[in-house]
Design a protein around this ligand. Structure first.
Ligand code: SIN
Length: 281
């Protein structure tokens, strides 16, 4: 296979052409994909046709599959590694998690070892008279760090924030056992990417509830300012989905949010897998 990596021209993202993900990948092809993933933070492949076992096998190339609170509720029958993300209801019951990720976040930042990244395979995309809806936005936390003034960099580097599972209002109320399994954790506000060595801001509203050694009012102002800085328009790539897209993002390099501009009878159906990561440093 000869692959092409075409950057989006935005602060993150590249399209990869010349790969059929339903076929086994040669080592050199995988190495080129892995490199593009690390470099661009978001990569996507158009026009793919993959069955659940192929998505699981492709995900495993990047890290062990991570199970999260959604897996227990909405996994694909026969494929517990894949979570259904969808607004579709059948017989009055949701078939997947609805309104997943509607606010800016980095996946499972409330865990001690957040996932390396997440993959979505687009099976149905809402379309209003030819206009695709349900885009996903990605904000580069690496470019946001690059664009931060030196004085503010010096003020935050080496500092740790508290990440609290209960800080964010979720698409559904978590069970007490899930809250008990996810006590607050601490992570650096400035992370170093484990593969590229790039520095990335790691702060967001709701999940980040405090900064160690800082008065609460000052910490809240700082978290809000950093969260807003990360998602400035200059840092964003907005992905307009096509059916057959396989897209994956890196949870250190980018934050993301799903645009909720559609509802039934317009249907959106995604299969999501998540790959294990390392402790942020
Ligand atoms: C998510 O945050 O995992 C969902 C993103 C999407 O559905 O576009």
């Amino acid at each position: 296979m000869s692959i092409e990596v075409i950057p989006t021209g935005a602060a993150a993202g590249a399209e990869i052409r010349g790969v059929d993900l339903s076929q086994p990948l040669e080592d050199a092809t995988f190495a080129a994909i892995d490199d593009a993933y690390n470099t661009h933070g978001v990569i996507f492949f158009r026009d793919q046709r993959i069955a659940p076992p192929q998505q699981v096998a492709f995900t495993r190339l990047f890290g062990e599959i991570e199970f999260n609170i959604f897996s227990e509720r909405w996994s694909v029958p026969g494929s517990p590694e894949i979570v259904v993300v969808s607004n579709i209801t059948q017989d009055g019951q949701p078939i997947g998690i609805k309104r997943a990720g509607e606010n800016w976040h980095s996946d499972m930042c409330y865990t001690a070892r957040p996932p390396r990244g997440t993959m979505l395979y687009a099976l149905e995309i809402p379309n209003l008279g030819g206009l695709p809806l349900g885009d996903t936005e990605f904000a580069s936390a690496a470019v946001a760090w690059d664009n931060l003034p030196d004085a503010l960099r010096r003020r935050i580097e080496g500092r740790y924030a508290t990440f609290d599972f209960t800080g964010r209002k979720r698409a559904f109320p978590p069970k007490q056992s899930e809250i008990d399994r996810n006590p607050p954790v601490r992570h650096p506000i400035v992370r170093t990417h484990p593969h590229t060595g790039r520095k990335c801001l790691y702060a967001m509203r709701d999940d980040c509830t405090a900064i160690e050694g800082m008065a609460q009012a000052e910490a809240e102002l700082l978290i809000a300012a950093l969260a807003d800085h990360i998602v400035k328009p200059a840092h964003i790539y907005r992905h307009q989905w096509w059916v057959g897209d396989v897209l994956m993002w890196d949870n250190c390099t980018v934050q993301h949010r799903a645009i909720q501009d559609y509802d039934m009878p317009l249907r959106r159906l995604m299969h999501r897998t998540t790959m294990g990561g390392s402790v942020p440093v």
